[in-house]
Design a protein around this ligand. Structure first.
Ligand SMILES: O=C(O)c1cc(=O)[nH]c(=O)n1[C@@H]1O[C@H](COP(=O)(O)O)[C@@H](O)[C@H]1O
Length: 272
């Protein structure tokens, strides 16, 4: 099953547009996981089990693993996701971008080493830097377009031939790079007007939308701007707000994560 088909099925199966981000910051993990040799894996596994019924995708961010030489634990997390929840897309967030020969190695890393269904990539080195990913025709290529961070405006809002640069990226992906129908775009929830502009350019193409939760993006404005005619079309990511949800009453961290994930899923669904 290819990435887009799997994503469509996951949207329907869990009635969810919520992507759960796996960004395990060692300093914020519950104390029992910090010194354990496989503590990052165990923490993420509990989060995955607590939220799998509520998510349309999981998105591990590679930096949290690579910084601690914990790629082995990321491999185990990906293997666990593929085995226990094969119907939920696994997005490796590594935001790669390099010349073709090197990009091919990054593609092998994402798709073969980690078995990801999709990977995030930067568009700024151009067509030949994303072509190697397209050789894996059943996998997704998620291209940065209008990122959620304030500094994204430095370049992405530059006017080029009468329109902002991020709109050129959306047009290029829709017209050329998406020939196999395997692309998606990243647009931040912190920029709902730009979500709408991108949706107008790309039709039904899926959007990965980080920026709700810890970054303060507005869920209602996001969903209204990004939904497709079928009320889907988005993987709305939340990482820290779910991973480090504050337990209430007798809850543990996983129950708190599940509660916040469910509240987020419902808040999204209220506006589809
Ligand atoms: O590609 C991404 O996932 C991404 C793009 C973007 O524009 N903004 C953004 O925050 N992200 C990622 O989405 C996640 C957001 O995390 P929270 O702010 O904790 O929900 C992090 O893993 C970021 O690296």
């Amino acid at each position: 099953m290819n990435f887009i088909t799997k994503l469509n099925a996951a949207w329907a199966a869990n009635d969810s547009l919520l992507c759960v981000g796996l960004d395990p910051d060692i300093e914020r993990l519950p104390v029992q996981f910090r010194d354990a040799p496989d503590g990052i894996y165990q923490f993420c596994k509990e989060i995955i089990d607590a939220t799998a019924g509520l998510a349309c995708a999981f998105k591990p961010q590679i930096a949290y693993f690579a910084a601690l030489a914990a790629e082995g634990q990321l491999e185990r997390i990906c293997a666990y996701l593929r085995e226990a929840y094969p119907h939920i897309p696994l997005i490796l967030d590594s935001k790669r971008g390099d010349i073709g020969a090197t990009a091919k190695q990054y593609a092998r890393e994402a798709y073969d080493r980690y078995g990801a269904d999709a990977v995030t990539v930067s568009p700024y080195m151009g067509s030949d830097s994303v072509e190697p990913y397209m050789e894996w025709q059943d996998r997704g290529v998620i291209v940065l377009c209008r990122t959620s961070n304030p500094g994204g405006s430095d370049l992405q809002f530059l006017q080029v031939d009468g329109k902002p640069l991020y709109q050129h990226v959306a047009q290029l992906v829709a017209d050329k790079w998406n020939a196999n129908g395997q692309c998606a775009l990243v647009v931040g929830a912190t920029f709902p007007e730009e979500i709408r502009a991108v949706r107008d350019i790309v039709g039904e193409m899926p959007l990965l939308i980080p920026g709700i939760g810890a970054q303060g993006g507005d869920i209602e404005a996001t969903v209204r701007a990004g939904r497709t005619t079928s009320g889907t079309g988005m993987m709305i990511n939340s990482s820290r707000a779910i991973l480090y949800a504050k337990p209430q009453g007798g809850e543990d961290f996983a129950a708190a994560a599940r509660r916040v994930a469910e509240e987020t899923r419902q808040a999204i669904n209220a506006h589809r």
